[in-house]
Design a protein around this ligand. Sequence first.
Ligand code: 3HC
Length: 709
Amino acid sequence: MTDLVQYSKDNDVAVITINNPPVNALSPGVPEGIAEAVERIEKDPSVKAAVLIGGGRTFIAGADIKEFVKLTSGGRRGDIGIAQYLLTIENSRKPIVVAIHGNALGGGLEVAQACHYRVASPDAKVGQPEVNLGIIPGAGGTQRLPRLAGIAKAIEMCTVGKPIKAAEALECGIVDRVIEGDLLAGAIAFAREVAGKPAPKTRERNEKLGTPEQNALIFAAARETVRKKQRGLPAPLVAIDAIEAATKLPFEKGCEEEKRLFYQCLYSDQSKALIHVFFAEREVSKIPDIPKEPQIIPVNSVAIVGAGTMGGGIAMVCANAGIPVVIKDTDQGALDRGLATIQKNYATSVKRGRFTQEYVDQRMKMIKTTLSYDDFAGADMVIEAAFEGMALKKEIFAELDRACKRGAILSSNTSTLNIDEIAATTSRPEAVIGMHFFSPANVMRLLEIVRGKASGKDVIATCMQLSKKLGKVGVLVGNCRGFVGNRMFLPYIREAQFLVEEGAAPEAVDKAFVDFGMAMGPLAVGDLGGLDIAYRIRKEFRHTEKPGARQPFVEDRMVEMGRLGQKSGSGWYKYDADRRATPDPEIAALVCKWTADANVPQRQISAEEIVDRGIYTLVNEGARILEEGYALRAGDIDTIYVNGYGFPAYRGGPMWYADSVGLKKVYERVSEFHKQHGMLWEPAPLLKKLAESGKAFADFQRESAHATD
Ligand code: 3HC
């Protein structure tokens, strides 16, 4: 038996423990070890039943995803080889009871389905999240789950991929008993109850498989929902095909069909991209110059400066994570308005069933307000979310320096300003860092953590760890204008404007990006955020542009005539009272006139060119950021774009996408645009270098820490 699986006995019950930290993934050796243990109990007459349990913090979190990468990159041959071992478990004549705590996900739930009984602790979760990796269950999950939970539930779990809690798993038949208290003791007692009885095989249970008539309706409705809600993703539809096979074919044939479909998905570009996103999101927390077990500053209370949209959203994020907050603003009216907005947002969540009223009442009790910095004295961390403006931020940080205790983290939610300049107004620049939340802060997962020149390693490590507690994906970035996300986004938005000025209709530009997979088109994003805000930023930073560089002008004129986007009822689109957008003939006429006056030649522009120009501006700027050291890895940039900018995860993020197109091709296209459109398209040196040496962004790894301005 391998070290990965341990065998012990509690009198007449064998206990098989999986020991593959941190998440007991089904790495090579684990399924084999379980099967060997099962063969051993078959041979031992003193054993009447067995319990299978996970050691450490969880049951099995799934197949080992690293093995998938080895398979698809040619580093390993054969197949994932889990299914055959599950048959060994299921064929055991002595009942095997699986005891689930933590998570039973993907292959983990498939192992559980092959056992004869399933018990779980109350906080356990079970799920088939494979679609999030662009694949479907591949070890019998699409064949056994419908037999346990019914067709509709199996479809929901395999297409949406969201795990369900133990109580729900009990209700739908996946779990046989929820055990309060000691799980192992409860599972052993359960095993004794069923010892000596025939061990029921899930694969032989057909009572929940439904009739062809019922199923036809369920499958049709499910396919329609998936097409609407999971645009651009084939895996959920394939999962439905595999579950349909369970209703039409004998178990063995159904498994063969599942296997065929599983490998079809695994070798797809989408799956490779989604697996990259999975690992990139975990890689971001690894900072080369920060020790693996860093010093962490306990954050048990947070103070927030500013009760506006961002401050209020951040307060909700902290309260939701169980951290009490105090919000400061300059007058009572601002505080009252801020609290009212928080209350309204929570009320919407209650109405939508996301939170209970009791939960919200508890959260509201954690949010206090004040007009004085003196109430910040005990705070472990401050998050400043006042208006954007260096003079104001400097004033605030000087106050914070006076009012806050030594050791407190002083952070700013600035999206554009220089963290080092802010830090310099304090006597403790090592305590200062950027915490750039994205709006709405209580919804968006991304958090850019901006490292200043002096930011302490303990401060950085604490913020990275805190981001997880807050339910965010924290990505450490260097201190440059716009940091990583907005620095790339500005040229992308600008390119969309150029495309309109050259003859593309605004709705054609947005449609091309939405068809590519972006959550929204760039012009619609501008309308949502307010064109006046982008206008102000453009004016403020125009002096920093290269002399002679092309500037878009149409959007400036729109703002000057009061077209500010959704809030004024018109921008790139016309908006009705419910803020529904329609193309606006007036804007088409204005663009036509203004571009004629400015002698901008007009032409037909293909969707392909629109996408290339938008996405390759992101890539070109991303390459500069990477080379200059403002992002640690290409995967960090991808994580930022997938979590904060609506970039389709199934394309892996802009840098992964460029790698998958091939950097030689991307470089050639960028060079073409450079010739056609001038200096803004000058290829980034790193893009050129990697393209010429046949390498990819994924090959580029910086050893040094982040650059700062
Ligand atoms: N395979 C390989 N490594 C895995 C893994 C898996 N299935 N699941 C997690 N890990 C690794 C992570 O990469 C991370 O490694 P690192 O420390 O080197 O960065 C470590 O385990 C801890 O993971 P997290 O940081 O994500 O830990 P959390 O506690 O935040 O979350 C979790 C735990 C909820 C289990 C989360 O890791 C998760 O969602 N994992 C993936 C679950 C999944 O998708 N399972 C299905 C796999 S596909 C499959 O099973 C196919 C089958 O049908 C054949």
